[in-house]
Design a protein around this ligand. Structure first.
Ligand code: C5P
Length: 426
């Protein structure tokens, strides 16, 4: 499979009929900004929401809609059109078009192209929550995933119909990132048809853009013992690190998770090593090498107690106890600077309370890692323990700022970026 960069890619965008169609105009704009060529096909229902003229103006190419148009067919035939693309994207994908795709129908221009194409298809579903959760739709989604169709979203949230839940189309930046990931992984439908290239978040270990890769992740806090019953710890919940493990498993990687003490279930599909202190975490990380990628999401304690008491320290025996602290090993810096067995991509985290981007950039250099995921913890509760996160992904060349989103979506974004970074280093 040949990887195509977004800037040189040809995207065939099929817009089906839902209120989210207006977001597809924004998607066209963002793809064009990145120098992708976008060819738009609209279903009849899509034209009730947006006009072919808007899509044609933004894409700079004539929009196709009719299957039996003599003039259009004379210019470029539908079979040729379906194969001239690097990737076919359906956004929004209604319940109706998913059903027609799952059934293999070819009753209009869009579905005919979907059946005729020799490239992978990425769909961004958008529909009412009840329609998304309906067993018929879920059955169609399972069928399409088994056929190798990629999915981005849907997201949960308030819907245009006034209800709340899963069914909102993924935002255009998310769809662009999913397109980039699909292109990086290769989009030709070859012998792998039916194997199912998983998108992050879909459970399909062993297949997907990280298939054959070993991803090593640390998560949670470390507990530095003071005596047999007391410790120094921190507020890390492990939610972000564990979400990254789920996303990496979903993308087909073999994943080892080294986790400090957390109140979370072990993510399915990963090999999980439970540790307490930073020193134990370092040993477990070393033992898990070699790995293609190391993602250090753990909040490792900077210091540990030098004089750990072997018995419980009793109150008032000798006044207040004095804890002497010594520095812990910096696991991220050690792994980044290994002469041998350095993973191809090393990603660190930076929880900052001020000057987030500047401090993260300095950390990138100091630690020697390839990417830093920076989040502000200035308001105390935004990242620690919560379900949402707002991060910037920083490399030596600049920063990519992501909007606030769920930790699962942040994890997907990090894994998508990892796929791209790994493909650059092949
Ligand atoms: O230096 P600071 O703790 O802010 O750096 C955070 C990043 O470094 C995180 O990715 C964390 O997992 C990693 N780290 C580490 N070992 C340490 C301290 C931090 O791996 N002792």
């Amino acid at each position: 499979m040949k990887a195509v960069p977004l800037s040189a890619s040809r995207i065939l965008l099929i817009i089906s009929g839902g209120i989210a169609a207006y977001k597809s105009l924004e998607l066209i704009r963002r793809l064009r900004e990145r120098d992708a060529t976008v060819r738009v096909v609209m279903t009849a229902a899509a034209q009730q929401f947006i006009t072919p003229l808007s899509a044609a103006t933004l894409s700079g190419q004539a929009t196709r809609d009719e299957l039996f148009s003599l003039t259009d067919e004379a210019t470029i035939g539908h079979i040729e059109l379906s194969r001239a693309a690097d990737l076919v994207v359906v956004a929004p994908a209604t319940a109706n078009i998913l059903a027609r795709m799952a059934g293999g129908l070819a009753d209009d221009m869009g579905t005919t192209l979907l059946l005729a194409t020799d490239k992978r298809t990425l769909v961004a579903p958008a529909m009412n929550v009840g329609m998304w959760l309906h067993p018929a739709t879920q059955r169609n989604v399972d069928r399409l995933k088994a056929d190798g169709v990629l999915f981005v979203g849907p997201e949960s949230g308030p819907m245009a119909c006034g209800e709340f839940g899963p069914g909102r189309m993924a935002e255009p930046p998310e769809i662009v990132a999913a397109i980039e990931q699909a292109l990086a992984a290769g989009t030709a439908l070859d012998d792998s048809r039916g194997a199912g290239l998983a998108a992050p978040g879909l459970e399909a270990a062993g297949v997907g853009p990280l298939a054959g890769r070993h991803v090593l992740v640390t998560s949670g806090p470390t507990y530095e013992p003071i005596d047999p019953v007391r410790f120094l710890g921190n507020r890390s919940s492990g939610r972000q690190g564990h979400a990254i493990v789920r996303a990496a498993v979903g993308a087909g990687a073999r994943v080892t998770l080294v986790t400090g003490p957390v109140g979370l279930a072990d993510p399915p599909g990963a090999e999980v090593v439970h540790v307490g202190s930073a020193q134990e975490m370092r040993e477990a990380v070393e033992a898990a090498l070699p790995a293609d990628a190391f993602i250090a999401a753990a909040a490792v304690a900077d210091w540990r107690v030098e004089n750990v008491a072997s018995q419980k320290i009793k109150k008032g025996e000798r006044g207040f106890p004095t804890l002497r602290l010594v520095e812990n090993p910096d696991i991220l810096a050690e792994i980044s600077n290994k002469a041998t067995l350095r993973p191809a991509v090393v990603i660190g985290f930076a929880a900052e309370t001020e000057n987030v981007a500047a401090n993260a950039k300095a950390k990138l250099r100091r630690k020697g890692c390839d990417l830093i995921v920076a989040n502000s913890v200035a308001d105390g509760a935004s990242a620690f323990g919560g379900d949402t996160n707002q991060v910037e992904i920083i490399d030596a060349n600049g920063a990519e700022s992501l909007p606030p989103m769920s930790k699962a979506d942040v994890a997907d974004a990090i894994v998508r970026r990892l796929v791209i970074e790994l493909s650059k280093r092949q």
